[in-house]
Design a protein around this ligand. Structure first.
Ligand SMILES: [Zn+2]
Length: 269
């Protein structure tokens, strides 16, 4: 049993996180807010309270502008038939398009004390486990992450798959990464995916105790499943009472203190 450990992992993705599902002004507005306000505020909260977190950042947004992506084989998803970089400004940079690029933001996180870990949230936020993804693209995503890491002096330790869609693990290990966030270990899981999703929404409303997890080895990588996703407070999610969110967090902390293991909380800044 691992001694009591709390892990916080954050998916920092700006517009990269959702453009294939819905691309509109609202997405750009939220991404701009995350760049200018949300992420810096969260960083401030963490450092003021002496906490370190793992920031899983989309590789392409670690740059000041879009690098050469011609080496990335195209993906063809049923839900998004356009070329993957369609919406990304080809000429823009972080000053004109902070909703896509965050080199200065990543610098700010890297300079913070206590130290924050920078991990990778893929290079361009392609979902790895969906039909339409290829092994060639997965490997190319890893190669681009490693190149970016080398150029910026970042370790290739932690990887978070877009939408937690875990695939091509052996290739991830061969690229040099050592651990990844695995899918959440839920307090209850039903045979049907839809029922499980509904169950987790109910768990948020009633404040059900999350599970602690134990790291394990998968394909030579350390798998660290999530314990609890804190949903953003937008749309219908704003009806989840803060008291229920807090209750879940407190129960997780009590459980990890009492029984050991890892309490792994994750969310989007
Ligand atoms: Zn994401």
């Amino acid at each position: 049993m691992t001694e009591p450990t709390v892990v916080i992992s954050l998916d920092l993705e700006l517009s990269w996180g959702m453009f294939d599902l819905s691309f509109d002004d609202r997405l750009l507005k939220v991404a701009r807010w995350t760049h200018d306000v949300g992420a810096p505020n969260l960083l401030n909260h963490l450092t003021r309270n002496g906490l370190s977190a793992t920031w899983a950042v989309v590789g392409a947004m670690m740059r000041a502008s879009l690098p050469d992506v011609s080496g990335l084989p195209e993906v063809r998803y049923p839900h998004f038939s356009k070329p993957w970089f369609t919406y990304v400004p080809k000429e823009g940079d972080e000053l004109t398009h902070p909703e896509w690029f965050g080199a200065r933001l990543v610098d700010m996180i890297r300079q913070a004390k206590p130290e924050q870990e920078i991990g990778f949230h893929s290079f361009s936020h392609v979902p790895f486990g969906l039909a339409g993804m290829t092994r060639e693209r997965a490997v190319a995503e890893y190669v681009h992450c490693v190149q970016t890491a080398k150029e910026l002096g970042i370790a290739t330790t932690s990887f978070v798959f877009p939408r937690n869609s875990v695939a091509y693990l052996r290739e991830l290990r061969d690229a040099g990464f050592t651990c990844f966030r695995d899918v959440d270990e839920l307090p209850v899981r039903f045979a049907s995916e839809t029922l499980t999703r509904l169950g987790m929404i109910c768990a948020d409303f009633v404040g059900l105790a999350p599970r602690t997890i134990e790291p394990s080895l998968k394909e030579g990588l350390v798998s660290i499943p999530g314990s609890l996703l804190i949903r953003c407070a937008a749309d219908w999610r704003k009806y989840i009472p803060d008291s229920s969110r807090l209750r879940r967090l407190r129960k997780g902390l009590e459980r990890v203190r009492r029984s050991g293991g890892v309490f792994h909380v994750w969310f989007h800044p």
